[in-house]
Design a protein around this ligand. Structure first.
Ligand SMILES: [Zn+2]
Length: 248
């Protein structure tokens, strides 16, 4: 038998995820308890009966970000519960999802697996399943950190993105490797990871390279050879810290 409360939570989650797929949230977690997000828009259009309009093919007053969003529509169909029924449970569902994210984000337990030669580490935030794998790549003085940001991650882990957990997972992994290796900006594929690297770079400019950074651009210019990719990679710790100090 269909449990309406669970169904509404699941529906809300799926619609939230769809909204994220379309980057209408700029990759932000729609249920981030710290933010007012377009999930409020979802609440509004659900109340106003937009989904019925959509099924009739009438766009009506559809907000820009949701117009034509087939994934959202697909997630809403088939609809085994009458709208009046699920809209009434929507606030509870959103509150439950936010509470879940709050609780999970507050958890401080990590599972760590470190190779005996300390050149590879996997760190998983136990409650969320968010995980990172870092491997030392190269030899001698040319060693860099290679990062896999989703190594066999639990399928549900993505719902906890954007809550600052990834940052803690990265820092824990760097700490396990005794802060010995630098992380170049390579193979960073999605907006979420880009933001994370940029934010980490602000605090650890020498160890972690950003996707874009005006101070690092300056290093490149000052360093002479503009063809050399990444003034960051060639620059000394001293130069990087000098260039970045007080830059915020
Ligand atoms: Zn920089």
């Amino acid at each position: 038998m269909l449990n309406v409360a669970d169904w509404v939570i699941d529906l809300t989650e799926r619609v939230g995820a769809s909204m994220e797929v379309y980057r209408v949230l700029g990759g932000r977690n729609p249920f981030d308890p710290r933010r007012v997000t377009p999930i409020e828009e979802f609440r509004r259009i659900a109340r106003e009966g937009w989904f019925e309009e959509k099924r009739r093919g009438d766009r009506g007053s559809v907000p820009e970000w949701v117009a034509g969003d087939r994934i959202i529509i697909a997630n809403l169909q088939p609809d085994p519960v009458a709208r009046e029924q699920w809209v009434a449970s929507l606030d509870d569902a959103i509150a439950a999802l936010r509470e879940d994210r709050r609780t999970v984000a507050a958890s401080t337990e990590f599972d760590v697996s470190l190779d005996s030669d300390r050149r590879m580490v996997t760190v998983e935030h136990r409650a969320s399943g968010l995980k990172v794998e870092m491997t030392v790549d190269g030899v001698g003085g040319r060693e860099w950190l290679k990062v896999d940001s989703r190594p066999h991650q639990r399928p549900t882990a993505d719902r906890y993105r954007g809550l600052g957990i990834g940052r803690r997972v990265y820092l824990r992994a760097m700490a396990e490797l005794e802060w010995k290796y630098r992380m170049p900006h390579r193979g960073v594929a999605n907006a979420e990871a880009l933001r994370l690297r940029d934010s980490l770079h602000r605090d650890y400019p020498y160890l972690i390279e950003a996707g874009s950074c005006p101070q690092c651009d300056k290093l490149k210019l000052d360093g002479g050879d503009k063809r050399e990719l990444g003034g960051w990679a060639a620059a000394s710790r001293e130069d990087i810290e000098k260039t970045h100090s007080g830059a915020g």
